[in-house]
Design a protein around this ligand. Structure first.
Ligand code: GDP
Length: 718
């Protein structure tokens, strides 16, 4: 059936669902996605993840690691009550090292299914993503998976959702049987049981709710109605008057509540056993938003408030810098957001984008409002997990990929030039870890630069540069695993093998005290001399406030035209601080006095003088190093908790919280990145492989004295 989709069956974009499946690693995202593709008729045979056939996992190393990294968009179709729906699945990564990828996909999807492991309930990552989704106003369905597993407990998992994530969650389906005896699900809205007669999901019989579940079903249906009643007055009145609420009324009420982010329906299932997946597809279509139902928020910089928009997407007008909007309609001028770049070996560079308004045709030109450049839209392609399909036109609500873009990057807006808009851009965290890489063979040297260029353009949290002094190639990213995966891609996709150096922490330098310094540059060499004289006053700024330049020169002690050169000279100096050559942050530099020479002074002499003067000024202001502190979250069986907390303390970690989750504890801690290299294998050894850990950058903090001396000593040696 590859490539032959009958579009005419899908009436219009009201029948579109752009969704993401989000989950903690191992909760069953890949299996669930793969089953969705199977049941929506895009696949003929289900492939087990462990056999390496899962459709969404494009790359070999993802399969090996069992994690999904690429944000691919996959299109499929579902029929409900004679209507055809188009479902675009935006793949979201399950690992915390890829926060940027999660945010990027949340930005463009309209609704999501959050998958939970029916034994583990809420895990650290599902919590984090759930809250991230709030920021992007993404309505969510919760899916408690793996109910066939020994130890699975639907009600406990549901309780962990209400305890840790939201008290606006309530079941819309209940499991019939559990563990090896898991037979099917009860739909609380329709008051029916769907009992699965086989493991392929082919034979499902619609039955009355089994007698032993009647009371429970009644109880949970009433809970659902009560929650819907909070947003739907008609249902509230009927419920209070004791009038029966029909399934159709409840469908509409649930949909309304879900779209308003006031209800997170919880569903039961086992993707591996094909139970609950088709029911989930029905719920996706019934309860999740179409592209026209989506609401957005934008921060109003003038009033510092968040504004919610419905039926239109907000952005900034590049000409006026004021908020502007586009209605989510085909009839509006075109605008869309590029959310993912990928290099496809067969077609070339793919730019995945979401259309918010208007239409776009292949072969046309489009305006990149972020860069101000025009780009040619070579071809437009719909991606299925295992084949591509060319289309002539896309319109508001569509998600597709463009072939032919030359210099458009992730997060940039493409639009109609006559009606420009910059959609909210995505903030990406700065890298905290780096290491040097070196190709094993000389012939790979040239290939390396090109390959890194592509990787950098695909992933805004990944950086690569050549060190000017040593000539080494340095790659930087969000964590060791993030960089390991890039090294893997170099090998597998580009055939470049590299040796890697020791991981380096992205330290920063700053000052902790105020101070004054006067720098004099005076050289008399033969003819023309050099002269500049600047008095500095430095003081520390709060974390994250960055650099600030203040001109306090009075009475023309230094002529106006040299002031910008001084600012530039200081900025040159900020690149490499006096302690260990790390970038300098959070300093205010005032210039308070100085002098000049009519002949020997110029912008260059002031720039040079400022460069050295700032470094020397820092030395009298109690300079210090800042180090990245990571937020660490570790799930570990009770018997290993002592070993892990002891380990964290030995790594200058601070335990923030200990939460009991069934038979495991979740340890939340903060620890300096510099102490955490190799922590994954340390944890494995300490806990016989039972710990599950996450970490992500949290903030920068001052390095303790004794550690400072060690780091500075090492960087001097290097
Ligand atoms: P992901 O990391 O979230 O993509 O999870 P996967 O889909 O790769 O699943 C992780 C593991 O759980 C695999 O071994 C799956 O076979 C298994 N799994 C997924 N869904 C189910 C389920 O419904 N029941 C059981 N018993 N195992 C499942």
């Amino acid at each position: 059936m590859a490539g032959n989709i009958d579009y005419s069956k899908v009436k219009d974009t009201n029948f579109y669902r752009n969704i993401g499946i989000i989950a903690h690693v191992d909760a069953g995202k890949t299996t669930t996605t793969e089953r969705i593709l199977f049941f929506t008729g895009r696949k003929h045979k289900t492939g087990e993840v462990h056999e390496g056939q899962a459709e969404m996992d494009f790359m070999d190393q993802e399969r090996e690691r069992g994690i999904t990294i690429q944000s691919a968009a996959t299109t499929c179709f579902w029929e409900l009550n004679g209507e055809f729906y188009r479902i675009n699945i935006i793949d979201t990564p399950g690992h915390v090292d890829f926060t940027a990828e999660v945010e990027r996909s949340l930005r463009v999807l309209d609704g999501a299914v959050v998958v939970f492991d029916g034994k583990m309930g809420v895990e650290p990552q599902s919590g984090k993503v759930f809250h991230q989704a709030e920021k992007y106003r993404v309505p969510r369905l919760c899916y408690i998976n793996k109910l066939d597993n020994i130890g699975a407990d639907f009600y406990k998992s549901f309780a962990s959702i209400t305890e840790h994530l939201t008290d606006r969650a309530t079941p819309i389906s209940l499991p019939v049987g559990i563990e090896g005896d898991f037979k099917g699900i009860i739909d609380l809205v329709f008051k029916k049981a769907f009992i699965h007669k086989d493991e392929e999901g082919k034979a499902i019989s619609e039955e009355e709710i089994p007698a032993e579940y009647a009371a429970k079903a009644e109880e949970y249906r009433n809970k659902l109605i009560e929650m819907v009643a909070d947003v739907d007055d008609d249902i509230a009145t009927k419920y209070l008057d004791g009038i029966e609420i029909t399934p159709q009324e409840l469908v509409e009420g649930v949909r309304k509540a879900v779209l308003a982010l006031k209800l997170f329906p919880v569903m039961a299932g086992s993707s591996l056993r094909n139970k609950g997946v088709q029911e989930m597809l029905d719920s996706i279509v019934r309860y999740l938003p179409s592209p026209h139902d989506k609401s957005f928020t934008i921060e109003d910089k003038e009033t510092n408030t968040e504004i919610v928009y419905k039926g239109e997407v907000p952005g900034t007008d590049p000409k006026t810098d004021k908020i502007t909007t586009k209605k989510l309609l085909d009839s509006e001028p075109f605008c869309g957001l590029v959310f993912k770049l990928m290099v496809d070996h067969h077609v070339g560079n793919l730019a995945f984008f979401r259309v918010y308004s208007g239409k776009l045709q292949s072969g046309s030109y489009v305006y990149n409002s972020t860069t101000g450049n025009k780009e040619r839209v070579g071809r437009i392609i719909l991606m299925h997990a295992n084949h591509r399909e060319e289309v002539k036109e896309v319109k508001a609500g569509d998600i597709a990929a463009i072939v032919g873009f030359k210099d458009t990057k992730t997060g940039q807006t493409i639009c109609d030039e006559s009606s420009p808009i910059i959609l909210e851009s995505i903030d990406f965290p700065e890298p905290v870890v780096s290491f040097a890489i070196e190709p094993k063979t000389k012939s790979d040297q040239d290939k390396l630069g090109e390959a890194l260029g592509k990787l950098v353009s695909e992933d805004p949290t990944f950086k690569a540069r050549t060190d000017a002094e040593t000539g080494q190639v340095i790659i930087a990213g969000m964590g060791e695993l993030h960089l390991d995966i890039k090294v893997d891609i170099l090998k597998r996709e580009y055939g470049i093998e590299v040796t890697v150096g020791k991981p380096q922490v992205a330290y920063r330098e700053t000052i902790t005290g105020e101070g004054e310094h006067r720098e004099l540059l005076k050289k008399q060499t033969g003819g023309a001399g050099q002269y500049a004289d600047i008095a500095f006053y430095l003081k520390p700024r709060a974390r994250g406030e960055g650099y600030r330049f203040v001109d306090n020169i009075k009475g023309g002690a230094i002529p106006r035209e040299y002031i910008p050169a001084i600012d530039k000279g200081i900025q040159d100096s900020l690149v490499s601080g006096p302690l260990g050559g790390y970038p300098v942050v959070d300093v205010e530099a005032q210039i308070t006095d100085g002098s000049y020479h009519d002949v020997d002074s110029n912008t260059d002499t002031f720039r040079t003088c400022a460069f050295y003067g700032f470094k020397n000024a820092m030395k009298v202001c109690k300079p210090t190093l800042l180090e990245p502190i990571m937020k660490v979250s570790i799930n570990v069986p009770d018997e290993h908790v002592g070993a892990v907390t002891g380990y964290l303390s030995s790594k200058r970690g601070i335990i923030k919280n200990l939460l009991q989750r069934g038979k495991t504890k979740e340890i939340s801690a903060e620890a300096p990145l510099g102490e955490l290299f190799g922590y994954i294998s340390d944890l494995r050894n300490l806990t016989s492989g039972t710990a599950a850990a996450n970490m992500e950058p949290s903030h920068y903090a001052e390095v303790p004295r004794n550690v400072l001396e060690k780091i500075v000593g090492e960087s001097k040696k290097a």
